[in-house]
Design a protein around this ligand. Sequence first.
Ligand code: ZN
Length: 345
Amino acid sequence: MKGSYQIGRLFGIPILIHFSFLIVIPLLAWIIGSQISLTTTTLQDLFQVPIDSSLITAGFMPWILGTIVALGLFLGVLVHEIAHCIVARKKGVKIRNITLLIFGGVSQMEEEDVPDPKIELPMAFVGPLTSLLFGLVCAGLVYLVPVMIKDSPIAGVLIFIFGYLALLNVILFAFNLIPAFPMDGGRVLRAALAQRMPVHKATRIAADVGKGFAIIFGIVGLLFFNPFLILIALFVYLGASSEATMDTFTYLLHDITIGATMSSPVTFVTPTLSVAKVMEMMLSTKHLGFPVVEHDTLVGMITLKDVNRIPQTDREVKLVRDIMTRNPITLPHSAPVMDALKIMS
Ligand SMILES: [Zn+2]
């Protein structure tokens, strides 16, 4: 993904951060810091543990704690993604990298094909499960801290951090179990449906459920003026749409080679042909581009876009070689047509 930088490797998997991640950390730190008193009370009620807030609210502490919790949240996201990757790798799926983004993490698989439902089910499920486990460990620490450190404002700080992270990771667990794309629950749903129907049909249903959830999130977000929920709705909707489109292409074009879809014999032009003549050929053949061939060798490619850049009056004098794209990208006859589509898009 563009705008991503590698920060290191874990278990041999490159970990990348996207620039949007650098924006969201200070933003989250600020949101958490500005609501610190309210959150302390909420956590106290939730865990039924008294929290000494004297140090939590002192000076710059709300912003420091906000940053720690924001970073802790992304540590939780990273652990969640690593769990996906470890299970994927055990099942023979190669992982290119993990990218940390504004809304969490993304694990990029080497092959973009839909995995076997038997592989996808445990792979999808382990992520939310890890979040739940991480949340429960943090919750355990909330109760352990008062036993270890008695009557100290530091105990209050630690309870605040662990309590907050416990809550966030349980939310992450619940959110990801929503049975809709692009959440993990969508993958679980697809894998379950795929036992009974073709994968592309299962994908479509999971994506439609995703769009349904997105619309509900959007409406609720608008009703309660919650910009965060509206943003999540948008993210879920776009994720569901792109997942469905990509899978439809992959399914429909599965096993189809370039040789089977290309036109043959190939209509080509020579470098010395006039642009006006090429335009005429485009109109008569309805082809929007031609390979340029000289002495039986491919030397370039000319498309409607190239022709359109030349004013009408110059098309008689301009030649193909003046405007053609040199060194065009080529693919062998036997390559899957999906490869061509990926390069084009
Ligand atoms: Zn996940």
